[in-house]
Every structure is written in structure tokens, then in C-alpha cells.
Design a binder for this molecule. Sequence first.
Ligand code: C2O
Ligand code: CU
Ligand code: CU
Length: 467
Amino acid sequence: MDRRQFLRCVAVAVGAPLVYQCGVHRSTDRFVSQDGLLELSLTAQAQTQTVGDSSAEVLTYNRQLPGPILEAQAGDTVRITLNNQLETPTNLHYHGLHISPQVDDVFQQVLPGERYTYEFQIPSGHPAVTAWYHPHYHLDVARQVFGGLAGPFIIRGELDTIPELQQAEEALLLLQDFDASGQQLHALGKKWGREGSLLLASGQPKPTVAISQNGLLRLRLINGSASRIYQLQLQDHPWFLIATDRGAISAPTPLDTLRLSPGERAEVMIPGQQEPGDYRLVNLPYNRGMGSMLASLGETVEQMAGVVQPTHTTLAILRYQKSSHSQPLPLPKELIAVKPLLAPMTTRQFVLNHGIGGGSTGFIINDKSFDMNRIDTRVKLGHVEDWRIVNKASIDHPFHLHTNRFQVLERNGQPVSLLAWKDTVSLKGYETVTLRVRFEDFVGRTVYHCHILDHEDQGMMGILEIS
Ligand code: C2O
Ligand code: CU
Ligand code: CU
């Protein structure tokens, strides 16, 4: 490892122009690019770790849970060496980065004991985003991510030049759930998408996130769970959405609850203008379409590793701290304009379905289960397309596209009012969503899939060739 690139959180807090809130990352490294280069290695390995109150077998990058925070600027070069110390093949996917699928290649295999170096440049006009990295080795993605393999990847760009954001403090919470029972995953956990009852935010149960009185906190949220859908609420405290998966929205928008399905990210701003004290960030019980199935199982659910009942859980505590701000820091009025994409040249349909409860067991898109050797969709570089995603199933399926960002136009035939850049969109049972995408900058083979990773492993994925 290059020592110059190895920056502990504390060092960053001293040296950087922005004020970082490092409280929740005490045990986590932060690698920040220097002179246009972000260089590091990530060692994936199994280890026994204290998770919450119990000790569990987890999978980590560099012995940390979650993996280290990576941070680069638009235009920077990134060189990451993955050192696979797991017993199974793995690889890395850079979820949320607009880079070539020839580098961000989910078909790459890094065998146990091997190293592989990913090198790429972040395009110079890349939006400021909260992205993340995680393994994408087909058939084993859910197990590896559920084991803990995930880490944040922050790209700084135009959004970071807005004066109000430069004055803001920052924090990040990567949300994960774990099964601490030590039992073998139940077949239903695999089928529906495994969940654990132990919820950790950046590796800790209920961490404290500091906010300065009269200050402004920019909080990044990443759903790094394999299957769990979060329904977040900051209790008794205002908060404002400022960015979605692929960067800023046009202006801060007041939020009530924030739903994040696996893979989705959000950035929120929290003005420190309430009565000083503690406020809870909670996860409200959310039924992803299995309510009746769970009810029919009754108490036996407790014995099924990977299957959990929705509960109300406190994820983190927002804690006021005295500060020298005598006047409240204002929210920015405007962020970065989101321009609507032009009219599409082609319209396609993707039907999501599976045989839960029925005769077939496959998880399918347009009647087909994933095949590594089949190209499902061919598109042209530069073209705009509308994709109608139809969920014919009774349970939620978050649809994710690699490489390019999209805008969600319609949900169940109703126009979506918030114009935003996304790469993952949630669909409840029987919902239909229309998204618009422009295939920009890169040719090659990439994928789209359900981001409930057990569904992806069981075939709910397709190959897209851009030429
Ligand atoms: Cu985060 Cu293909 O996914
Ligand atoms: Cu992705
Ligand atoms: Cu799914």
C-alpha cells in the first residue's frame, strides 16, 4: 500500500478545507485521491468479528466493516488492486460510476489467492455522486454482499463547489443487515432475498452523528444490504433531499420518509435549527410484498435464518453539539439543474416475474433467466430509449442498470414530478415504471438486474450490448 495515499480520517479532518464528521468512521480508513490519483488495495477476506453484541463470521475489505471510504474528484485516475483472500472467486463492481463496462466488468473473475488491478479515469465532467463498490460475481453476489463486502465511493464535482455545501459538515452511513444466528441460511431466505435482524449503520449499531447547532449537515446514505428495503425517517426533525443515486437534484426538497431499496443512495441536508438534543434516524417496518407469506409462517419465522419480520429500528442518533455559528447556516436555494432527456428513439419493455408460489422457480426478465452467453438487448451509443419496466410479481423488485444513469418518467401511468438522476428504481408488486436513458460515452457489454441480490443470482438479470 502506498503510504502517501493512506489517509486516516483524522488526518483528513486536519488537512482538508471541508470539515468532516468522522465520528461514525472511527475504525474505517478513508482513501482520498492526491494529485489526481487514487491508489489503494482492497483485500477481501473472511474473519470473525464482533458485530453488535455477538461475534459473527463476516466478509471484509481490509478488515473493516464496511470497506474503506474511497474519495476522488471528477477527472482523477483510480487504480485499485483487489486481493482475493476469500475461498471463492470474487470481483468488484463500481455501482454509480459512469465508466467503461470493459473495466467495470461483472464477468471478471478474480480467483482465490489472486490479485487483479482495476484502472480507470473518472470522466472529467462526472457528476458529484455517492457511489459504492461491491462484489458482482454471479451466483454468489448475495452471499458476498450479505457477508459485509461493500464500501462507499465518493466522487466530488460541481455540486461540491456550491458555497452552502462547502460550509456543511459531512457524514455518511452505509446501511447493512446481518444474520448473527450463525445458522445455515433457510431456503426461503435465499428465495425471497436474505435479510438479517441485526441492522448496522457504517458497521455500528446506532452510531451517533454529530450536527452543529445552527450548522448544516450533509448526510450520505447508501443501502448496502443484499435484500432489505429501508423506509427511513428522521423523527421530529426536518431534512431535505439534495441528491439521488447519480447526483444532485435541482433544489433541496423537503422529505418525510425516504425509501431506499438495495443499491439506492441519497444525500440529504439537515439544518441544525431545532431544539438542541438527540433525534433518531429510524427504519420503519416495510412490507416488501411478503406480509401475508410471513404471516402464514407465524412464529416459525424466528427459526428461519435469512427470513425476518419487518420491525421498527433506530439506526442512528443525530446529536446536537454547541458551535460558534451565531446565525443559522442557510440551505442552498439551487443545486445543479437536471435537464430532461430528449424524446426517445426506441421504446422497450422489460417484464419482471418469477415462480414464487407457482410452478416455475426461476427469476426471469421477459420470460428468460440470465444466460452469460446471450445478449438480451442491443442498443446504439448516443441513442435515447424509454424502458417500461413491468413488475408482474407480488413482491418488490428494484431494477438497476449499470454504466448509464436514467430518469424515471412515470409510475403506474402517473408522471413522476421529481426530475432526478437514478441508476436503481424500486418497483412494488404489480407496479410499472417508465424510465428514460441515454447511452453515453461507452460501448461494450453491461447488465441490468434486480438489486435484491438473491433474485439476481437466481436469474433476474440481462445483458445489454451498447455499440
Ligand atoms: Cu450494485 Cu449490478 O449492482
Ligand atoms: Cu451497479
Ligand atoms: Cu427482485
